[in-house]
Design a protein around this ligand. Structure first.
Ligand SMILES: [Zn+2]
Length: 577
């Protein structure tokens, strides 16, 4: 590629709306442009990176035995109605009405479409196991698109779906994908770890997210440095460190206390001059339209994902002040387990089991009760782990102390179970001639987010530092003076030869100062610059400069091509899976 005839578009200034490094650099290096909030298109330099990532993913999917297909992006609403997700998906799913008044969906995910392919084409156990995949656009009408391509409304995903005859088969298909993911992320230069993830309430049995640790990550990961337990906080389990609330106190007498204008646990702690662990928080939720009271110790937080899964609810939200008043008989802030006005389902987190003489809301405005004791004053029929694990808790596997970190989710693998094959009635004949539902797994990688995650973890003040495997070009030749015939002759010769030997090379022959061009190449993250200057004429030497650590090699012109090829080859070894 000759840059003089190419489209290079770089910016010196950070875009105003960019909060994270990858967003800034993707815009400044001319990888992407912003069409509209949450909508990014790729410019030539970015599209080269994109294609390299896609190729690596495709190679590894094929190696793992997955088969590529290309379903439609527009899917009929009927498929979603069949699976039961048409209403559940909410406003994130973009719906379109065609000229015949039929509703179509711009696929946010493709479980339905792939299940439909299998329903159309597979009828016997002999055709299984089968893992199908696509690398294609997805659409989600994010309420708050942000961080550039990291959370946007149109994006590319590789999504794969496995179909097996039984759970043992699913385990094998899942593990093959897991292996493939480890290879893919290694090859694109990402340190992505599989982390235990939420399995949802729809019959999934195992789920892992591939996380890249980064301060800009939107996911919180709980991990144990002692036994290497890693889990998304939505899923993480832990043991509470402090059981100091289990005291041998004698039960006191129930007593109402006036607490006007004392609402938060912090205020209450001051008012009663005691520890937040003495409080039982009572929170009223609406689960699929029905009120539920949830009890947890005052210093802890409810994990709404765990709660939603426990309840098997499709929708879970905090109750409105009107409903709270209806249920408790008091204004917001005074709910408690004793004497709720309305009889509703009560779920207790394990953390409240042993609190003696607790303080709770009185279900009367401006009043709390002290010396509340479980079993004596109120009953909890259902206990569950609905607490958010946090740093400092004890690891349930090894007793170590848990830590918290942030991560960018770049991939997700999921044992789905029978949800789609049952709801969409997909069956195959088994060995004995019985009709059975295949069991499914699904496996996604966000292509754009993978690119952004690489930039987040590999950059410096000059710009991006690409791993050679996904760099827009492996190397770029920089003729110091583009008007100097001799320099251009040597540059062109090296360029043509490298091209003929399949090196992904470009020549930056733009009519710009050498400083501008070098800065652009650094910003774009080109791994190797091949500098052809006066030394090429006077001393017969060129210079190869590494982007990552600035190291330079002087090479005789006559050996340049072979030497560059060998340097590049060596570089690839770092990313071998
Ligand atoms: Zn541990």
């Amino acid at each position: 590629m000759r840059f003089s005839k190419y489209l290079i578009f770089t910016l010196r200034e950070d875009p105003k709306d960019a909060e994270v490094i990858s967003h800034k650099l993707m815009i400044r290096a001319g990888l992407v442009y912003k069409e509209e909030s949450g909508l990014y298109g790729y410019l030539p330099i970015g599209f080269r990176v994109y294609n390299k990532v896609v190729n690596i993913i495709r190679e590894e999917m094929n190696r793992a035995g997955a088969i590529e297909v290309l379903p439609t992006i527009l899917t009929p609403a009927s498929l979603w109605i069949e699976s039961g997700r048409y209403d559940i998906m909410g406003k994130e799913m973009i719906r379109i009405k065609d000229r015949k008044d039929n509703w179509l969906v711009l696929g946010p995910t493709h479980e339905e479409a792939f299940t439909d392919i299998v329903r159309r084409t597979v009828s016997s156990y002999k055709q299984l196991p089968l893992t199908l995949y696509q690398i294609a656009k997805k659409f989600r009408d994010e309420i708050r698109p942000r961080f550039g391509v990291m959370r946007c409304r149109e994006f590319t995903m590789k999504d794969a779906y496995s179909f097996d005859i039984d759970e043992k088969g699913l385990d094998e298909s899942y593990n093959k994908m897991r292996e493939a993911y480890i290879r893919i992320f290694k090859r694109v230069g990402l340190n992505a770890l599989p982390v235990e993830a939420d399995v949802g309430s729809m019959g999934g049995t195992r789920s892992e997210e591939f996380m890249v640790f980064s301060s800009v990550g939107e996911a919180t990961i709980i991990h144990c440095p002692t036994c290497n337990y890693y889990a998304n906080v939505e899923r993480a389990e832990s043991i509470l460190k402090d059981d100091d609330v289990v005291e041998n106190e004698t039960m006191g007498e129930l007593k109402e206390v006036d607490t006007p204008n004392v609402f938060t646990i912090e205020d209450l702690t001051k008012f009663f001059n005691t520890s937040p662990k003495k409080f039982i928080k009572t929170i009223i939720y609406m689960a699929d339209g029905k009120p539920v009271a949830v009890l947890i110790r005052g210093d802890l937080d409810i994990n709404e994902v765990k709660l939603k899964n426990y309840l098997g609810a499709a929708e879970l939200e905090l109750a409105t002040p009107e409903i709270i008043e209806e249920v408790t008989g008091a204004k917001v802030g005074f709910a408690g387990p004793v004497g709720l006005k309305k009889e509703i389902r009560v779920i207790g987190d394990f953390s409240i089991k042993n609190i003696k003489n607790a303080i709770t809301g009185a279900n009367k405005t401006d009043k709390h009760i002290i010396n509340v004791n479980i079993n004596r004053d109120f009953e909890v029929k259902e206990f569950a782990d609905i607490r958010t694990a946090k740093a400092g808790d004890i690891c349930k596997n090894c007793g170590g102390s848990l830590e918290e970190t942030k991560g960018i989710e770049v991939g997700h693998i999921f044992k789905l179970g029978y949800k789609y094959t049952e709801s969409m009635n997909v069956t195959v004949l088994d060995k004995s001639g019985n009709r059975i539902h295949p069991i499914m797994g699904c496996y996604g990688i966000g292509v754009d987010r993978t690119i952004a995650a690489v930039i987040e973890t590999s950059n410096d003040e000059k710009g991006i530092i690409w791993p050679i495997t996904i760099a827009p070009f492996e190397c770029v030749i920089v003729p110091i003076a583009t008007k100097d015939e001799k320099i251009m002759e040597i540059s062109n010769k090296i360029y043509e030869e490298l091209l003929s030997k399949n090196v992904d090379v470009a020549i930056d022959d733009r009519d710009e100062t050498v400083g501008v061009r070098m800065n652009d190449l650094d910003l774009m993250g080109i791994p190797f610059k091949i500098i052809v200057g006066k030394k090429a004429i006077n001393e017969n030497k060129i210079e190869v400069k590494r982007r990552d650590n600035g190291q330079t090699y002087e090479i005789p012109v006559s050996e340049a091509v072979d030497e560059i090829i060998s340097i590049i080859k060596e570089e690839y070894k770092k990313y071998e899976a």
